[in-house]
Design a protein around this ligand. Structure first.
Ligand code: SF4
Length: 358
């Protein structure tokens, strides 16, 4: 009898369409390691992917691909929600695509106000282009728009202004902290001015808890997780990458996440170019082996792709945190931002900080 456990269909997928990029970001070296255009997965290769709730298209810069509309067309048949992360550099292409697919989500990466953004992204005029693009999309009636910031050493103060800007424009605002990984081709991303950065995240959390939208309160919890990550602690909730989500790289390899580093482990679950049935990959022994590695992964990434599913799965912990802090916020009492490791039965091996001994 076959006792193999059936792994349910994933709910989230992220398609890394290319490693080509016109930007020259300091916290990411993808642009320095571009893919060869002819070797990148094509729209037809994505036909075998499963039906999911959410797809993120990322890069490099997805809009560098002239066939992006074909990719989006396939992915909208796979999911009701498709969001593209972009630098906004190819403004005309974004607008053309949004005309064709008005339900598309667009997240423009903006790393600070004008001077800081253009310095960190290595291209002059990036901030103006990004903001102008978002305003045009708004005028066109595209609803799912917003911007995201990756916080590093020099832009945490700007993060607060960007948050105010996003609120005034009624746009989504996503945060991240820079990470090291094979994907970013970076291994020296370390926050050195922790006190300042953490202080600014604490201000952001206080602002988010003052809002009337529960979504913002849970973003505040996520940001507390970013502080926890910056402090170098174990993830507050376990990483379950490769169980409800997966990443496809530009060569068709299926990874559980984009946080892997060769120095610890990096293994693919399979390649979409080598089979016509996604379940051959998802239910394979190799996929199970990768999930086992995730269960004992020494890293402690806290990125939205792997934090959001576990925040939903173990909702009672974020919910308790949100309720307590929302009440404190209303009563103008100090927030309770202690960084907890929630025991939900995860392997004690996960995030055991072996990397610190490297
Ligand atoms: S902690 Fe999770 S997201 Fe980070 S490298 Fe390990 S498996 Fe990937």
């Amino acid at each position: 009898m076959n006792n193999k456990k059936y792994i349910p269909v994933p709910t989230d997928m992220c398609i890394i369409t290319t490693y080509r990029c016109p930007m020259r970001c300091k916290m990411c070296d993808i642009w320095n390691n571009p893919t060869e255009k002819s070797k990148e997965i094509k729209a037809k290769d994505l036909e075998m992917l499963p039906h999911v709730k959410f797809v993120n298209i990322t890069g490099g810069e997805p809009f560098i691909r002239e066939d992006l509309d074909e990719i989006v067309e396939v992915l909208f048949r796979k999911s009701p929600r498709v969001v593209i992360s972009t630098s906004g550099w190819f403004e005309d292409r974004v607008i053309e695509l949004a005309r064709k697919f008005p339900r598309i989500g667009i997240r423009v990466s903006i790393e600070g106000l004008s001077v800081v953004n253009d310095e960190l992204r290595g291209r002059k005029g990036g901030f103006d282009k990004g903001l102008s693009l978002l305003l045009k999309l708004r005028e066109m009636g595209v609803k799912d728009i917003g911007f995201g910031i990756t916080v590093s050493n020099n832009n945490s103060a700007d993060m607060l202004d960007l948050y105010r800007l996003a609120n005034n424009l009624n746009m989504e605002f996503a945060t991240a902290a820079f990470h090291n990984s094979y994907y970013f081709h970076k291994y020296d991303n370390v926050i050195t001015n922790k006190e300042e950065v953490i202080g600014n995240f604490e201000k952001l959390i206080a602002m988010q808890l003052k809002e009337n939208h529960p979504k913002k309160w849970f973003r505040a919890f996520f940001n507390n997780g970013l502080i926890n990550y910056i402090e170098g602690n174990r993830r507050m909730l376990p990483c379950e990458a490769g169980l409800v989500n997966f990443f496809v790289d530009p060569y068709g390899e299926v990874y559980p996440c984009n946080g892997l580093e060769e120095a610890y482990w990096k293994e693919s679950m399979g390649n979409i170019l080598q089979t016509r049935n996604f379940d051959d990959i998802w239910q394979s022994e190799q996929a199970e082996k990768v999930r086992e590695k995730v269960r004992t992964c020494p890293k402690n990434c806290w990125m939205v792709g792997t934090a959001s599913p576990v925040m939903k799965k173990y909702i009672k912990h974020p919910l308790k945190w949100v309720m307590q802090n929302k009440i404190n916020s209303i009563l103008n009492k100090p927030l309770c931002l202690e960084r907890k490791w929630y025991d939900v039965g995860q392997s004690p091996e996960q995030g055991n900080l072996r990397h610190r001994e490297k």
